[in-house]
Design a protein around this ligand. Structure first.
Ligand code: SAM
Length: 260
């Protein structure tokens, strides 16, 4: 009798012990199937180089993500002078009623600056980091800003309404997106036809820019990746001391003169 109770108990224990693994195995199988579907054609893996993930997209190694502990660096007082962030924001040429989105917003350095320029519109702060979004929410409360909307995106989806955004800004974040193809497709979907994507990346062509290699990008690489998604390159402006200011458009089928 005692033996049979022990046997029953141990069977139950074994089942309970295995349950979490059963769940994990299913999730892994599901995830790996999805990964294989995308990665066979899109991503490959190699040994990571310094600061990198080893994941290769269109001949570029994706960098590691900046954690929320980097928020202080993003908000440093010298940033405006070093990177001329004032010129960056001015060159977005925002109109007061525009809907804008800062993807990989971090602490919201650019979101709040954009929000001031679109008093009749709104500024989405999209990030995958709950900690970064908590900083953004704290600033909304502190400054009583009513047109900044924090959005918790995923690594593949910006979670914004389709055809709703006039201008997307990505500053120093695209190179660390773990799924750049899915992210860019999601951004394309969120933009209105004719809407613009302004992509800011440190210039890899310039050895004087004091930033780690994988956190920089060449213009050629950026154009290649955006073309593959269906964006039209419009122009690159050269007023920033360290970064490319690259403007891409979502094609508008109704417009006559869409750039080639
Ligand atoms: C280097 S910080 C730049 C922050 C901000 N753009 C700035 O310049 O002040 C990069 C940010 O991108 C975020 N990030 C990384 N992958 C992301 C993804 N797939 N979607 C949205 N945010 C992402 C990180 O969490 C981090 O906050």
């Amino acid at each position: 009798m005692i033996n049979s109770v022990i046997t029953k108990m141990s069977k139950t224990l074994v089942i309970l012990a295995l349950l979490p693994f059963a769940g994990t195995a299913y999730a892994e199988t599901k995830a790996s199937k999805e990964t294989i579907r995308v990665s066979k054609a899109t991503y490959t893996q190699k040994a990571p180089t310094r600061g990198g993930t080893g994941k290769i997209y269109m001949d570029r190694e994706i960098s590691q993500v900046m954690g929320h502990l980097g928020a202080g660096w993003l908000e440093r007082s010298e940033r405006e002078r070093e990177e001329r962030t004032d010129l960056l924001v001015k060159n977005l040429e925002l109109k007061p009623n525009e809907i804008v989105a800062d993807i990989g917003a971090g602490s919201g350095y650019f979101t709040f600056r954009m929000a001031k320029l679109v008093p009749e519109g709104k500024a989405y702060a999209v990030d995958i980091s709950k900690e970064m979004l908590a900083i953004v929410k704290g600033r909304i409360g502190k400054f009583k800003t009513d047109n900044v909307i924090p959005v918790h995106g995923t690594i593949t989806d910006v979670k914004l309404p389709e055809n709703s955004v006039d201008c997307v800004l990505i500053v120093d974040a695209y190179h660390e997106f773990s799924h750049p193809r899915e992210m860019a497709l999601s951004i394309l979907k969120a933009l209105k036809p004719g809407g613009r994507l302004v992509l800011i990346e440190y210039r890899l062509e310039d050895p004087k820019v004091p930033i780690k290699r994988l956190h920089k990008m060449t213009q050629v690489q950026s154009k290649k990746e955006m073309k593959a998604i269906g964006f039209d390159w419009k122009e690159t402006r050269h007023m920033l001391p360290q970064q490319h200011f690259m403007v891409y458009l979502k094609p508008d089928p109704k417009a006559k003169n869409t750039p080639k």
